[in-house]
Ligand binder design. Structure first.
Ligand code: ADP
Length: 271
């Protein structure tokens, strides 16, 4: 690992440095600390992770376990203090801010708890925004196809405030899908939705994985959301603390409770 890191620092992200084929997300030795000296906080204390393309992963953990920091580092929104991150085979760790911004627009999709739709744009314009920002020609047929996929074929000309919360979150999924990204990062995507609507939105993320081969990484504190994933990864004190595959909500909740009692925090709490 030490040798590899030394090589990376020299070669940065040259074309030969393509990572392992078939992996959408790769983190190696990722650390993120805040502050220094006596007040240092190790938000991520060494994360090694490889997520294949076409998988749906949920990341859970007690409040303060490092979920947000993980998502920020994995999605190129924050820089690790050590280690490296590859997305779709491209190492992002040494990228300049403008390269990272371009990569986020063209190769990543984001679905957040707050929908972050622009109120003055139509649904179709919101969906096409990542393409416009990435300097690509807005492809209206593509927008129509992804809107149809999320059940909003007839709402292309609506404004976000004419839609329900669930419909707005469907628009953000269409927006996340429009560029056929390497990875979709979702942060508590159902946090603002009622249970039934939440299940519909999660079902759409599941369909994107099963039907389009998308890769989804979702941070959530909700076991009912996590069951839609293939695999649940648990974080505790900035390190990976186990995983569950194809698990039940009860099983996931029990694991969360055990982790929370170990780390002295509250299972369901978010930071
Ligand atoms: P989670 O999302 O699981 O609640 P976070 O990633 O937000 O966890 O935080 C992990 C740890 O890092 C916590 O101890 C938190 O207080 C600390 N932390 C997060 N962001 C900052 C920051 N900007 N400055 C200082 N400490 C931070």
């Amino acid at each position: 690992m030490g040798l590899r890191r030394a090589k990376r620092q020299k070669t940065d992200h040259l074309p030969e440095d393509q990572g392992t084929p078939g992996l959408a997300v790769e983190l190696r030795g990722v650390r993120r600390q805040y502050g220094r000296g006596a007040g240092v906080v190790h938000a991520l204390a060494g994360i090694d992770l490889a997520l294949p393309r076409g998988t749906f992963t949920a990341v859970m953990g007690p409040s303060g376990s490092g979920k947000s920091t993980f998502l920020q580092c994995a999605a190129g929104l924050d820089r690790p203090s050590a280690g490296y991150v590859r997305l779709g085979g491209t190492e992002i760790t040494g990228m300049h801010e403008n390269e990272l911004a371009e990569l986020r627009r063209s190769r990543l999709g984001f679905v957040f708890q707050a929908f972050n739709l622009l109120p003055s744009l139509t649904v179709e314009e919101n969906v096409l925004l990542p393409m416009r920002l990435a300097g690509q020609r807005p492809d209206r047929r593509r927008a129509a196809a992804v809107l149809a996929r999320v059940g909003l074929a007839d709402r292309a000309r609506s404004r976000p405030d004419e839609l329900s919360g669930g419909q707005q979150q469907r628009v953000t999924i269409a927006r996340a899908l429009v560029t056929a990204p390497d990875v979709i990062f979702a942060d508590e995507p159902t946090g603002a939705l009622d249970t039934g609507t939440a299940a519909e939105v999660l079902g759409l993320l599941r369909q994107a994985v099963d039907g389009l081969g998308a890769t989804v990484v979702m941070v959530t504190h909700d076991p009912a959301a996590a069951i839609w994933a293939d695999r649940v990864l648990f974080l505790a004190d900035g390190v990976l603390a186990g995983s569950l595959d194809d698990s039940s909500a009860e099983h996931i909740a029990a694991r969360m409770a055990a982790l929370a009692s170990r780390t002295g925090t509250t299972a369901g709490a978010t930071a």
